[in-house]
Write a protein that binds this ligand. Sequence first.
Ligand SMILES: *Cc1c(COP(=O)(O)O)cnc(C)c1O
Length: 386
Amino acid sequence: VTIAAHEDLRRRLAEFFQARRCFLFAKGRVGLYAGLRAMGLPPGSSVLMPGYTCMVVPSAVQHVGLTATYVDIDPKTYNIQPSLLDAVAAEPSALIVQHTYGIPCAMAAIERWTAPRRIPIIEDCCHSFGTTIDGRLCGTFGRFAFLSGQWNKPFSTGLGGMLVVNDPALADAVEQLVERELAQPSRRANLVLRCQIAAHDFFVRPTTAMRLALAYRALNRLGMVKGSSSSKELGGLMPADYFTAMAPCQIRRGLREMARIDQNIRHRTEMTAFYHGELSRIGFAPLDVPGVERMPLLRYPVRVANKWDLLRLAIRRAVEIGSWFERPLHPRKTRHEDFGYEEGMCPEAERAAREVVNLPTHLRVSRRTAEHALEFLRRYAEPAGK
Ligand SMILES: *Cc1c(COP(=O)(O)O)cnc(C)c1O
């Protein structure tokens, strides 16, 4: 039963992303790690990425023995700014594009830069499941794409990660690596995850999300639940159980997500359009991205001048407002110097980290909860200055 479910989820995800093969892991970062190792890039060489990401992205790069090099973002799209690529001093061996919040990167401009230099593209699709650009699906541009199944991602396996590979030789290399080294989760780990998934699906609502997230972080610090990153990882060290497969309970959750993926994408698209239409009415700038109202965003970003006060109030008022990323290399506790990020490297990313909060689009957000969140913004948020 488990093997059949495992193969079923792999096949469906590969089909969705028009990829040759899909691999399932304990987390999204592990998919990136596996893909990078299989590529066999020159040791120590530089991998470009936006300086507005999760610390697990540069840490996976470092675990493979490569160097993370940061490029600032376009303040309108929150994605890597193609016009800055020419100024990069390092000679990169790969480029990670991240479709932040589900907003697609400027792929035409990026490919114009990478193609003549033969620099392979890797796609971070942790926010983009079903986003297209010029009719082409995000996740089909790169040598491989990786996705996170973490709680708040568009395709959640309750933590978990996916790697989709198009290149047949690269798919074979990943297959060999997986056969040789990938650990299976322990029965205890599966049980803990199973309880967490059940608790999450039962308790988490837009009105409870903020407080439960705080409780989850507290339990994680006490070692009572599986969290996203240990304190060891925040300092750049690789945990012993890093290279682990997706657990059976996560695979089952993934199959349930797959069964309603069209509904999920449709709902996110509708919520994106709703926020997009309403924001200017309440005095906030909607996204300046052509066609965004027809995209299934993961979260709708809004710039405010009083981010930290607003988030504290959102917890008290039980309004689901998100905050990614809180530093250039999320989360706030990341020791940035351990990942080669120095203050001032990416000013637009730093400004976005100070200003951006985001509105949820997931299936549990109804029109009414969305109106409630907008009303909360209208009353308590100050639009960010120019
Ligand atoms: C969540 C996230 C990841 C990592 O996902 P994990 O499953 O926690 O490893 C990577 N990149 C981005 C942009 C993310 O938001």
